[in-house]
Design a protein around this ligand. Structure first.
Ligand SMILES: N[C@@H](CCC(=O)N[C@@H](CS)C(=O)NCC(=O)O)C(=O)O
Length: 217
């Protein structure tokens, strides 16, 4: 059985879970908070980051490695295109989502949800304003430029690009951020489509259940 070390509200843990759920692979979660200094966790996650995948005594951190590993051992419904150019494109979009898009979306989640509910800290409105005024528009301008008028991001089936991007926008929703369709019609169309798939709706429902158990959440 696959074990994911982490907590499901992390955008990166969600990325691994969406990959497993898309492939209908059973898994269990070993709860670990980001930055945990538990020595056993640090051994399998030298950077202290979640998630880490464990499978048959083998462990690997980092979702880029984790999702690729899952795809290799469960090759049905591959999320990596055969075509080299399409594969390169989805890997690039994954990288963009894992760096810039997550910075903007998770930044709002941290300020507006995590700080006030779990960390006992106030929302820093200066940080929020900087994300909304500077980081987010640049990120969304780029996303709008690469999002097609119809269908998924690359090709005709779900890829690691879709999973990486959607997990970030879910994090944004948890940080009270949604995409304005009058400014970004292609992203809006894409989100209306992907957020309404059973895969994503089920994951969102799990998130909401978890968040509602947090005092103030
Ligand atoms: N590149 C990593 C990023 C993982 C990551 O940044 N996880 C965050 C939680 S969302 C974390 O564990 N942060 C703790 C830290 O940086 O100390 C991946 O793809 O898994």
């Amino acid at each position: 059985m696959i074990k994911i070390h982490g907590v499901a509200l992390s955008p990166f843990v969600r990325k691994a879970l969406l990959t497993l759920e898309y492939k209908e692979v059973e898994y269990e979660i070993e709860p670990v908070f980001p930055g945990s200094d538990d020595p056993a966790f640090r051994t399998i996650s030298p950077l202290g980051k979640i998630p880490v995948l464990e499978h048959d005594g083998f462990t690997v951190p980092d979702t880029s490695a984790i999702c690729r590993y899952i795809d290799r051992i469960y090759p049905d419904r591959s999320i990596y295109p055969d075509d080299p150019k399409e594969e390169a494109t989805v890997l690039w979009i994954e990288e963009f989502a894992d760096t810039k898009l997550v910075e903007a979306c998770a930044g709002l989640f941290v300020q507006r949800f995590l700080n006030p509910t779990m960390l006992g800290q106030k929302t820093d409105e200066t940080v929020v304003a900087n994300i909304l005024d500077n980081l987010m528009p640049a990120v969304l301008d780029y996303m709008e430029s690469i999002t097609p008028e119809e269908g998924l991001l690359v090709g005709s089936s779900v890829t690691i690009a879709d999973i990486s991007v959607v997990t970030c926008f879910i994090q944004g929703l948890h940080g009270d951020f949604d995409v304005d369709g009058s400014k970004y019609p292609k992203i809006r169309r894409y989100l209306d489509y992907t957020l309404n798939t059973d895969l994503v709706k089920n994951r969102l429902a799990e998130d909401k259940k978890f968040m509602s158990q947090i005092p103030g959440g």
